[in-house]
Design a protein around this ligand. Structure first.
Ligand SMILES: N[C@@H](CCC(=O)N[C@@H](CS)C(=O)NCC(=O)O)C(=O)O
Length: 310
């Protein structure tokens, strides 16, 4: 089995979701630190268009979106399971709400004027402007992640109060042990908690604060940094694993080998094109041949993505 390579950057909350899960699973893995804004040429060689963070690579299999990344990590590290079957439906819904709506609330909290004024990265006006322009490009054609602070703040307080009530009864949202909802919730809170000027917003929620300490104690696993070009070299020398055609043509009316594009339905409409390998209720996979990375299989979760025949 090829080792996990996580393409990520330190400040990315969705990357922290994965690092924290890999810490919980006591995994060793490699990390490529990718740029926070475009261009990301090494990442594009692997994904063929998808530009969000994080992306996970195993050999020449490329996994886009933290939802599918967590599922693959669970298969690789089945000990201490985080997807209890008896909660498959409710957890799926709660995790999606957390990773979409509540993530937006958290972004508005983390980027409120008080926090931005203290943020070292944004103290350089050129850096701040480049970031704003890049995120405007990312969000083109979609409502993006924008939420007014005045709307986000009461939603933040409401959800933290509910979390605090629940965490007074158990160590984790999952009960005695964390489940996927703990990791989804943690990265949102981590993003806000990282800003020292915002720490006091947690003060009324003592049980949440204890839970943050428990989650943080899992750490991030054992990390070895490699370069983007080393990761591409690994992709070129590995065979594509997802080579068994598994297209359920009753879902999208598509056949194995069709030329398609896959893109998110929320924001970041940069598509990945390729030859259809898998289209099931859970997963979409295309195969593409990249001039640098060779043959790669690019995987997406079904939830949150659309597929178009070209
Ligand atoms: N649904 C995606 C969302 C990922 C996402 O929005 N990541 C942010 C960073 S935490 C991002 O991609 N920002 C733009 C970028 O990094 O280029 C997932 O679960 O992985």
């Amino acid at each position: 089995m090829s080792e996990i390579i996580l393409h990520q950057y330190q400040a990315s909350p969705f990357s922290e979701k994965i690092r924290n899960l890999l810490g919980y699973k006591k995994a060793s893995y490699r990390v490529v630190n990718i740029p926070v804004i475009m261009p990301k040429p090494d990442l594009m060689a692997l994904t063929g268009g998808y530009r969000k963070t994080p992306v996970m690579q195993i050999g020449s299999d490329i996994y886009c979106d933290s939802a599918i990344i967590c599922r693959v990590i669970e298969q690789l590290y089945p000990d201490k399971p985080i997807y209890p079957t008896e909660q498959e439906g409710t957890l799926g819904a709660a995790v999606h709400w957390t990773d979409t709506f509540f993530f937006k609330v958290s972004v508005a909290m983390a980027f409120q004027p008080k926090a931005l004024a203290q943020n070292k990265t944004f103290s350089d006006p050129k850096v701040a402007e480049a970031f704003r322009a890049d995120r405007a490009e990312l969000n083109k054609g979609s409502p993006g992640l924008g939420m007014e602070f005045s709307v986000a703040h009461p939603h933040w307080q409401m959800h933290l109060k509910r979390l605090d009530t629940q965490l007074a009864t158990a160590d984790y949202l999952g009960g005695d042990a964390p489940n996927i909802l703990d990791f989804s919730t943690y990265h949102c809170l981590w993003f806000v908690y990282n800003s020292e000027v915002l720490r006091d917003s947690f003060t009324p929620f003592a049980h949440v604060l204890l839970w943050i300490t428990r989650m943080a104690a899992f750490g991030n696993g054992t990390i070895t940094e490699i370069s983007g070009s080393e990761a591409i070299k690994i992709a070129t020398s590995a065979p594509v694993i997802a080579d068994t055609a598994a297209v359920d043509s009753t879902i999208d009316g598509l056949e194995s080998g069709d030329h398609v594009e896959i893109l998110p339905i929320d924001y970041g409409f940069q598509p990945t094109q390729g030859e259809l390998l898998v289209a099931s209720l859970e997963e979409l996979v295309v195969k593409r041949t990249d001039p640098l990375a060779g043959d790669v299989a690019v995987h997406f979760p079904r939830l949150g993505y659309r597929i178009n025949k070209l």
